[in-house]
Design a protein around this ligand. Structure first.
Ligand code: MF3
Ligand code: CO
Length: 291
């Protein structure tokens, strides 16, 4: 619940300016679109300048952690070692890995190899070998602010088929990014992602999507990459969400490992690839906060 601000009250965004000189027209515009029956972001999804500054600091750690992983990942290491690197680097920089103990998740990072779609749990038993493709998904909490991004890594020489999957999955993210602009629709982004995957003969996982992020690990909105242009939620400046499609080489179906209730696999056993960026909607487009 938000108490309606008077025109001369201080704006909710913390600018110190009067509401009428700050976000009033913005709020009115959103209310007008909502009155047409369209989904619009709630106030909590629109970050203030201070919040964005905090999230940016958190994201800096997340980027540095993935840079560190990029430098040290190699054939012959186990994914447990990646977990240790992520924990040590994150905490050294003053942050905490967000996955650790999140809804019972036992590790500091997700490491998803080949046909693992996401939420691969680091283990001493999983040894990276030449030809593997692996997603490393890192998330950081700093001063209560969350960041989230992931990258793919090719271990040594990988097959041309896998290499292309990894490349196209990345292109999908950046095609989606091009469609992010204020007063557009999340479905513009979702369709751009999906179209690029589909044009390359791939499928995009339906059940698992992206999410708002910043004040919590996973916030509304839930973000689909099987959505249609002009549909889903309105995008407005100050919203932060992830673009993180899981792109399958083969069929779209997935299943969850019953042994741990976390790790998601492709049903057909073919590889899956995912890159994740965290995006801020700005006044004139979008800005990548974490990659
Ligand atoms: N980082 C994942 C995401 O992109 C979430 C992982 S949840 C965890 O949303 F508990 F497995 F870490
Ligand atoms: Co995410």
């Amino acid at each position: 619940m938000h108490i309606k601000l008077g025109r001369n009250d201080k704006c909710w965004c913390g600018s110190g300016r009067k509401y009428k000189q700050c976000h009033q027209a913005f709020d009115d515009k959103i209310a007008r679109i909502a009155s047409q029956g369209r989904p619009v972001p709630a106030r909590e999804m629109i970050k203030t300048a201070d919040q964005i500054a905090g999230i940016r600091q958190s994201a800096k750690i997340n980027i540095a952690v993935l840079d560190y992983v990029a430098e040290h990942i190699h054939a012959g290491m186990c994914t447990e070692e990646i977990d240790r690197m992520v924990y040590e680097q994150t905490t050294q920089m003053g942050g905490m890995p967000a996955p650790l103990n999140y809804e019972g998740y036992p590790k500091s990072v997700c490491t998803s190899v080949n046909d693992q779609v996401c939420h691969g749990i680091p283990s001493a038993d999983v040894i990276l070998k030449e030809g593997d493709i692996v997603n490393v998904d890192a998330s950081t909490i700093l001063n209560g602010y969350f960041s989230d991004s992931s990258r793919m890594f090719c271990i040594g020489e990988v097959s041309p088929e896998k290499k292309r999957l990894v490349e196209v999955a990345k292109e999908c993210v950046y095609e989606g990014l091009k469609a992010v602009r204020p007063w557009g629709w999340l479905g513009d982004m979702g369709q751009a992602v999906h179209d690029h995957a589909f044009a390359n003969g791939y499928t995009v996982v339906r059940e698992i999507g992206g999410h708002g992020v910043g004040l919590e690990f996973h916030e509304d909105p839930w973000v689909s990459y099987n959505s249609k242009r002009g549909e889903e939620m309105l995008m407005v400046p100050g919203m932060i969400f992830t673009i993180e499609p899981m792109v399958n080489m083969g069929r779209v179906e997935i299943y969850v490992d019953e042994a741990n209730d976390w790790t998601v696999y492709t049903e057909d056993g073919k590889p899956s690839a995912q890159w994740e960026i965290m995006v801020l909607v700005t006044d004139d487009g979008a800005e990548i906060l974490s990659y």
